[in-house]
Design a protein around this ligand. Structure first.
Ligand code: NAD
Length: 512
């Protein structure tokens, strides 16, 4: 293994054979099977961890529940102070953690560092929030009564995360949940387990210094079975699950059957509408970054470009030219634009999608294919492709987690909006235009049906200050900024009577 990688593993406290279950104070023994983490960058084995068995899982849940009883009584601004220190610890480890994200997941180093920056940003956001967990006061209809609402901590929050944002998505949940007074039990993706270990080590050090009780941050590891234990545990009132729609449906059913709460952040099928009034320089830059960044493995990746017929030919030509300039290779090398897909299964899905496009009548404009040769040792590097398609192709309706961009032509804006909304997913969307009427139509109630609708920027790269998430098969959850914190708390309405005679609401008389 590269010396530099060995050094960052050491800095992040990751051992070659690593236990995978932690309560923040102890690493728990487990008889679970080994999970090996191979880098998609060069195919090297980075390390092995033990997955969590049922006994260790139950012990971690029990520790989180016990910790909750104490953590909920700590004043919120004091909890915020601990999160502030996590932000500082992340600043100190930004380079090492960013590089691990890049090496274990395969995104570019810039994007790996960007992901850690998002974690730092959400820490800052959560610190401010710890003094702003406000409720409302309401006027009572009864004399000498006062009504208000307060927000209380909820309990253990189960977090199930996807491979493509191996650290940031957890932090969006955990930092908010912690200032809200909850404890967290996290299952990272089995494809990026070492990123989870690194985060747990960083947080545990801060927690130890602040005598935070054992179990406020618990880590479990394993595949979908451990995820199912989380979904079915009645001791976990909220399950926040990020991943495919298939996974979200399974989680939603199990959690609903026990009347728990779920927060779902699932697949997207995002489009940019390019109108006749678009700045084409900006459009091409935004579309290319949106389509090939993270090798097309972002939930907000631009998958469809819906282009007005008057500029279609120009956009097509410029895209083909831009794709010819793309450099594909080791994501740790800043000169490369596109890194590898996560694993061979992802490569197979990409190849199968390319075949389906052709069999459904699509036309390939920029050919795809797998890159071979020494510098592409892992076998997971693929060429970004572009195809002309129709929106109703079955393959276009699906989210293929790979760099394939679909071009679709339109005549009227109503038609473009209908095409943009004409998929089962509803995460991110954008319009490129300098025309105010087009912009407002796109943003109106009759416009984009997505959770995110942008103007003159692409579909990917959201800031933490806004609520993040989407509609329809994307799951309806909102995380991160705005008032997303409310999902991590329970609302209580209080009515206080300070008179001498009991008065009933709605003027009901009840004299005894
Ligand atoms: P995935 O669904 O295969 O796995 C995600 C997580 O769910 C993993 O930790 C996995 O072990 C777990 N899991 C799988 N089946 C489960 C089940 N039945 N019960 C409980 N847990 C289960 O997804 P992936 O391949 O890791 O990630 C890619 C997907 O995630 C894409 O669809 C992408 O759009 C989506 N994603 C969405 C967002 C968002 O915010 N909307 C963010 C990142 C990724």
């Amino acid at each position: 293994m590269d010396k530099k990688i060995a050094q960052i593993l050491k800095e992040l406290g990751i051992k070659a054979a690593q236990p995978g279950t932690s309560t923040g104070v102890r690493w728990l023994k487990s008889a679970g099977k080994d999970i090996a983490s191979y880098s998609p960058v060069d195919g090297s084995l980075i390390g092995k961890i033990k997955s969590t068995d049922r006994k260790a899982f139950d012990a971690a849940v029990a520790a989180s529940q016990k910790a909750f009883l104490q953590w909920r009584t700590v004043p919120a601004p004091k909890r915020g102070e601990v999160v502030r220190q996590i932000g500082e610890a992340l600043r100190a480890k930004k380079d090492a953690l960013g590089m691990l994200v890049s090496y274990e997941m395969g995104k570019s180093l810039q994007e790996g560092l960007g992901e850690v920056q998002e974690m730092i940003d959400i820490c800052d956001f959560a610190v401010g929030l710890s003094r702003q967990l406000h409720g409302l006061t309401m006027h009572s209809e009864r004399p000498l009564h006062r009504m208000y609402e307060q927000w209380h901590p909820l309990g253990v929050v189960g977090i199930i995360s996807a491979f493509n944002f191996p650290v940031a998505v957890w932090s969006w949940n955990a930092m908010l949940a912690w200032v809200c007074g909850d404890t967290c039990l996290w299952k990272p993706s089995e494809k990026t387990p070492l990123c989870g270990i690194a985060c747990q080590n960083i947080v545990s050090e801060v927690f130890k210094k602040n005598q935070v009780p054992e179990g406020v941050s618990s880590l479990v590891n394993g595949d979908y079975r451990v995820g199912e234990w989380i979904s079915s545990s009645s001791q976990i009132p909220l399950v926040s699950a990020t991943g495919s729609t298939r996974m979200g449906v399974a989680v939603a059913k199990t959690v609903a059957a026990r009347l728990g709460r779920s927060l779902l952040e699932l697949g997207g099928n995002n489009a940019i509408i390019v109108t006749a009034n678009a700045d084409l320089d900006m459009t091409v830059r935004g579309a290319v970054f949106g389509a090939v960044g993270t090798a097309g493995q972002r939930c907000t990746t631009t998958r469809r470009l819906i282009v007005h017929e008057s500029v279609y030919k120009k956009v097509r030509e410029r895209l083909v030219k831009a794709y010819a300039q793309l450099k594909i290779g080791n994501p740790l090398n800043a000169a490369n634009h596109v890194g590898p897909l996560i694993d061979r299964a992802a490569v197979q899905q990409y190849l199968s999608a390319l075949k389906k496009i052709v069999s459904e009548g699509g036309k390939i404009l920029v050919a795809g294919g797998v890159l071979k040769g020494n510098e592409f040792g892992s076998g997971c590097y693929v060429k970004p492709a572009i195809a002309e398609v129709r929106n109703n192709f079955r393959i276009v309706q699906e989210e293929t987690f790979a760099p394939i961009l679909y071009l679709i032509k339109y005549k009227t804006l109503d038609e473009a909006i209908a095409l943009q909304n004409g998929v089962r997913q509803g995460l991110s969307s954008a319009i490129m235009t300098s025309n105010m009427y087009e912009m407002e139509q796109f943003l109106s109630a009759a416009g984009s049906d997505c959770g995110i609708a942008n103007v003159n920027i692409g579909t990917s790269g959201a800031e933490i200050g806004g609520a993040f998430g989407g509609e329809k098969e994307t799951g309806g959850g909102r995380e991160s900024g705005s008032d997303a914190w409310k999902v991590y708390m329970r609302r209580q309405t209080n009515t206080i009577h300070y008179g001498k005679t009991l008065a009933l609401a709605q003027g009901i008389k009840f004299d005894v």
